[in-house]
Design a binder for this molecule. Sequence first.
Ligand SMILES: Cc1ncc(COP(=O)(O)O)c(C=O)c1O
Length: 394
Amino acid sequence: MKISKLNDNITPSGTMAISNKARILREQGKPVIGFGAGEPDFPTPAHVIEEVKIASENPTYHKYSAVGGLSILRDEIARTTKKYSNFDVDPNNVVVTNGGKQAILTTFMSLLDAGDEVLIPSPYWTTYPEAVKISGGTPVIVDTEFDNDFKVTIDELEKKFTKKTKVLVWVSPSNPTGVVYTKEEAVEIFNWAFDKNIWVLSDELYEHLVYEGVTSPSPATIDKKLEKTIVVNGVAKAYAMTGWRVGWIIANDDIIGLSKKIQSHATSNVANISQVAAYSALKNGLDSTNEMKKAFDKRRGFALDLLKTINNIKVPNATGAFYVFPDVSHYTKGIIEKVSTSIDLCDWLLEKHYIAFVPGEVFGKGGFLRCSYALSDEDLEEGLTRFKDALDSI
Ligand SMILES: Cc1ncc(COP(=O)(O)O)c(C=O)c1O
């Protein structure tokens, strides 16, 4: 008996693979320090927990609710999007999903037919190509240059554009590089995509985690009627709420209509208690986010400064999210025994030095590794010092 051909075509999340290896070593008592985390190491704000406790006693929330999401939450999403992202949203143009991940998958399912191509600048967040394939589309990877801070250019996009191109994936700040496009750079790319008559799927999960005063606009600030833009966002990263699984899609009536049809069969509605948690987080503003941001910014400075002192390592200036993405290619060319890829290097660092990074291959860019700084100051210092000592001794 055969299962779907999807099995040959999609790969499991690579960020999870390294976490599993690290967990096994930890269980054996090894002093592993993990730089793989894709989530804040802070607790969900206390006021969210308090509101959820009360909501859990409310029988209304024990029942199915509207497929598109609770109206209190959709109203709050519209309000905060206007306030922080600077574009108008009708709450009816919001669908609440099980995290940003489901928002992305549902969006691709709503947009793609077999053979439709999706431009994905690389290095990319590992889920994009897989979500495109699950939705029947074809991911088209657009390679970018380290020397341009991994920002995609119009020339690079033009080379991969075909008659079948239907969507451009946009994410700024970026996972895995932490790089943020300037307003001018972003607007130039948005206008290119709109002129080409393709959709821009804008993943704005990290919009609040920006440093050095940088900001990056949403394409919806230009395409105000959402004729060619779909925005995906959520509470996971900005409010330390990864486990609550609440994200959303903001799009025009057609896409929202189809997304709701899909969701009505896939999940019905997102858990009501989680929706109340997200509502509480948004309603209470960015104070807790800004506290986290301060800590992240300090660690970011520490990580970048230390990485720059390691022999033969280059690292772009990351001004967003909680990742840096150093070039370790010098060490993946056989100068360490049995290490000829960044996957090998990450295995070596984990097995010999008990430090866990995610190899660049997971994000479509061998020769690099992703280093999350969402871990305690002490672990960050200890782990990066181990990293420096390991590489400088070669
Ligand atoms: C760029 C990006 N988009 C979307 C997500 C999905 O976030 P969640 O499903 O936890 O809301 C992540 C999570 O790692 C991410 O890094």
